[in-house]
Write a protein that binds this ligand. Sequence first.
Ligand code: ADP
Ligand code: MG
Length: 264
Amino acid sequence: MAKIFCVANQKGGVGKTTTTVNLAAGLAKVGQRVLMVDLDPQGNATMGSGVDKRTLTHTVYDVLLESASVAQARVTSQKLIDGGCSYDVLGANRELAGAEVELVDVERRERRLREAINAVDTEYDFVLIDCPPSLSMLTLNGLCCAHGVIVPMQCEYFALEGLTDLVNTIKQVHANLNRDLELIGLLRVMFDPRITLQQQVSDQLKSHFGNKVFDTVIPRNVRLAEAPSYGLPGVVFDPSSKGAQAFVTFAQEMVDRLHQGLAA
Ligand code: ADP
Ligand code: MG
């Protein structure tokens, strides 16, 4: 059975999509079978995985509205296969923005994704879900099917404030909807060790959250920012870059944590 993780943070631009696609590619690189689910109507994780969101016949939208199964809607990009880090993509595009409203009146609306993924979860080791920058019905669908939440964050002054809302949401979902859900860890991203404030916030995070802070730190690295314009994760675009190497190390840390049962 696959381990299912949401990459979530209600702030925009904190590195969720970069984390999702590069962790997916990193996990593929260390031999894991991965399904990446794009739950953001912006479709950046889809495009960043070499899949053109405009040409998709079915997306996660159809899956949420039960007009397609995951098996029907998932795709694999030739670019990822050629890059040797292949994972399946359940894509998204603008259409997904409508799901928020269309799901309001339906039954089991927060469990749609969970039920759909259940049907394929023996085919994967990991399912990674890229969440939109909100605590919406879409994010709730992600949280209801996940075992854990990975929170990418920049070590900035207001980082801890936003975290409180997310941690409370995770607690509520755990109590009411999904007993399996837990905060797996905080991932420090876009990190620049030369900035004293970032070091200080990083130290604060570790003293507050202990082993919930991943050991791996993702540096600020321009190759990671350039990769999406080539429709590739940084891990595939420039495997020797510092950013790509950090994500492969992070992928290995996730696999190791699972084996140690910390995230099980
Ligand atoms: P989110 O999905 O949370 O909105 P993104 O992953 O799209 O955030 O990242 C926001 C911006 O920061 C993007 O332009 C991305 O390329 C850039 N970025 C993310 N991580 C890094 C990094 N480690 N180094 C440099 N740029 C990064
Ligand atoms: Mg994003």
